[in-house]
Write a protein that binds this ligand. Structure first.
Ligand SMILES: *Cc1c(COP(=O)(O)O)cnc(C)c1O
Length: 376
């Protein structure tokens, strides 16, 4: 059986280092916002070419806190509209709502699964103040086109990087000034949200999240907001929440971070094999712009009779997952949106299937998936 993602196996490789770190934390006896969180924040900020990293409880909170911090700074107000791709994971939409902002859904491109920059302008009103980008499945959005729109309309650009740890901007693109995702340009001033949910490219052994930014003012508010709105214990200057990166999770993440680039290389090499060796006219492979370094959190194909393909693969011992079966506007949680029509988004949700991809997949396993698919 080839599991979709074997988290047990993946983490067993770190067993000894994890145990060593646990001993260290136990010896120290400091369990909230201690040395491990501090060093992870430094390590991850450096890794992301960012000035600041703020460790938080999970990816959803990372997004919510960014919006709340901008509200605190007067850069956003309750009721402002935020552009967001219609085919994102529900967390992106929930974060906007939790900050009392209004999500405005925009269709993605069928080829990239990322927001279609050509469809953003028609959704912009006098209330539009931000774009929440989602680098879905690990592929960077079309940053140059989006940055032009953000500049023209003076919009904040916020990145949901929960599926794109380690994705890099081209150093030669001088228009990615709005991106905080591993962008070596120091003048960038937006914020990126990360999740360390166990299945992500950098995964903890539980929940975890982080925000990266080069904006000193924003970082200062975020450090406070995640910890009850206090900078000094029992002195609260903001209405904050409790969403701190856990000390033990930070310790585990410190162990795993040095392997992230190698893990992403492995994902890319599996993706390259899938892309060149899967040959079936019933399966549409994802597109990958080689000028960016897609981190393949997921390898998502499309097919018309998805159930049929998923059953066939399972019968042959290959587990797959659907990301995602129901788009946000069709969820029961949002009855007011259920009649909206987003044909590209709906087509994506009807047809996508994620093949196994992970840093611990063997060449033989990859070959087996390809062989079975080519007999479909
Ligand atoms: C996983 C994920 C999140 C949320 O992260 P949690 O840590 O589970 O809260 C947000 N956005 C996207 C696109 C994700 O994939």
């Amino acid at each position: 059986m080839i599991k979709f993602l074997d988290l047990q196996q993946l983490n067993l490789g770190y067993q000894e280092q994890f145990q060593e770190k646990m001993r260290l934390v136990l010896d120290k006896g400091w369990f909230i916002l201690g040395d491990q969180v501090k060093s992870f924040e430094t390590n991850f900020a450096n890794y992301c070419c960012s000035k600041h990293c703020i460790g938080v409880g999970n990816g959803l909170d990372a997004l919510v806190l960014i919006f709340k911090a901008y509200i605190q700074l007067g850069k956003l107000q309750k009721g402002d509209e935020v552009i967001v791709p219609a085919n994102t994971y529900i967390a992106s939409v929930l974060a906007i709502l939790q900050a009392d902002l209004v999500p405005v859904l925009v269709e993605p491109k069928l080829e990239t699964y990322n927001i279609n920059p050509d469809l953003i302008e028609e959704k912009i009103t006098s209330k539009t103040k931000a774009i929440l980008l989602v680098h879905l499945y690990g592929q960077l959005c079309e940053m140059d086109a989006i940055n032009d729109i953000a500049t023209k309309y003076n919009l904040l650009v916020i990145e949901d990087a929960a599926q794109s740890h380690g994705v890099k901007h081209s150093v030669f693109s001088n228009q990615s000034q709005f991106s905080a995702t591993r962008n070596p340009q120091p003048e960038t001033r937006n914020a990126s949200a990360y999740s360390f949910y166990p299945g992500k490219n950098l995964g903890a052994l539980g929940d975890g999240g982080a925000i990266t930014t080069n904006d000193d003012e924003l970082a200062k508010v975020l450090f406070s907001l995640r910890n009850y709105g206090s900078e000094k214990k029992y002195h609260n200057q903001f209405v904050g929440i409790n969403s701190r990166l856990d000390e033990l999770q930070a310790a585990f993440l410190n162990v795993k971070l040095p392997n992230l680039d190698a893990d992403n290389d492995k994902r890319r090499s599996i993706a390259k094999r899938y892309l060149s060796e899967i040959k079936s006219d019933k399966i549409v492979l994802p597109t990958w712009d080689f000028s960016n370094n897609h981190v393949f959190h997921l390898f998502v194909v499309r097919t018309e009779n998805r159930q049929n393909l998923q059953d066939y693969l399972l019968e042959n011992g290959i587990e797959t997952v659907i990301h995602y079966p129901i788009p946000p506007h069709k969820q029961k949680a949002f009855p007011e949106w259920n009649n909206l029509s987003f044909p590209i988004t709906e087509k994506i949700h009807d047809e996508v299937l994620s093949l196994p991809i992970s840093p611990i997949m063997t060449d033989d396993e990859v070959g087996f998936v390809i062989e079975i698919l080519n007999k479909y």
